[in-house]
Write a protein that binds this ligand. Sequence first.
Ligand SMILES: *[C@@H]1O[C@H](CO)[C@@H](O)[C@H](O)[C@H]1NC(C)=O
Ligand SMILES: *[C@@H]1O[C@H](CO)[C@@H](O)[C@H](O)[C@H]1NC(C)=O
Ligand SMILES: *[C@@H]1O[C@H](CO)[C@@H](O)[C@H](O)[C@H]1NC(C)=O
Ligand SMILES: *[C@@H]1O[C@H](CO)[C@@H](O)[C@H](O)[C@H]1NC(C)=O
Length: 216
Amino acid sequence: MNHPLLSSRSSVTALLLLLPLLSAFSFAAGDDVTCLHELKNSLQDPEGYLNSWDFSNTTEPGFICRFTGVFCWNAIENRVLGLDLQDFSMKGKIPKSLHLCHSLQILNLGGNSLSGDIPAQICTWLPYLVTLDLSHNSLSGSIPQNVANCTYLNSLVLDDNKLSGSIPDELLKLQRLRKFSAANNNLSGRIPPFRHDMKLNFSGNGNLCGWPLREC
Ligand SMILES: *[C@@H]1O[C@H](CO)[C@@H](O)[C@H](O)[C@H]1NC(C)=O
Ligand SMILES: *[C@@H]1O[C@H](CO)[C@@H](O)[C@H](O)[C@H]1NC(C)=O
Ligand SMILES: *[C@@H]1O[C@H](CO)[C@@H](O)[C@H](O)[C@H]1NC(C)=O
Ligand SMILES: *[C@@H]1O[C@H](CO)[C@@H](O)[C@H](O)[C@H]1NC(C)=O
């Protein structure tokens, strides 16, 4: 028997073209739920800030959009635009599950007690980030070159951590970057020649030189 949809060659082609698109969309939405679920499981949350993150009934579209600190693209779709988890007293490492929040534009994890490295793939995971704030944590290691893959990045705030090493020259590729602040870390070496109209703050580092600090 011939299904009406499959009766002509062109509709078969249309269907074949459409199917991956449709499944990409449905996977994308489910991914964001998994992203937040795993995020909650992987972070220690001694003050219970994430108590509103309840995954026991996942049927209602957009249910994650009412969670504390979660901002969605629209209220009836499980697609996260921003995560503002500032000052939540959370401990742990920056979770890998973030790569499932692929549409994320704003990530603020400032003012927690996060430790470990800034993930080396952070901007492969989250290529659409516009704002990244990881300040006031206990992050160590160096600033990954991969941050240069966040093409849309406007604001990068890394103050008050334990970051060391030099500031990667690759960050000069970020044409939209207007604010880059990494005060009070342990960075060293020469500051790449950023545009002078940017808001920069590198005070309180071990051995940095170059504008806007002392000459090298
Ligand atoms: C899950 O949520 C939906 C929509 O809010 C509701 O209709 C349904 O009764 C809930 N199911 C359970 C088991 O609570
Ligand atoms: C983005 O990442 C890829 C793979 O990690 C790398 O080859 C490429 O140079 C990066 N782009 C920028 C602008 O750093
Ligand atoms: C600061 O970084 C240097 C390497 O650049 C390292 O030797 C030193 O131990 C670091 N200091 C602290 C307090 O982390
Ligand atoms: C740079 O950061 C330090 C430490 O957080 C702060 O005290 C200082 O006011 C900042 N400077 C500017 C120009 O914002």
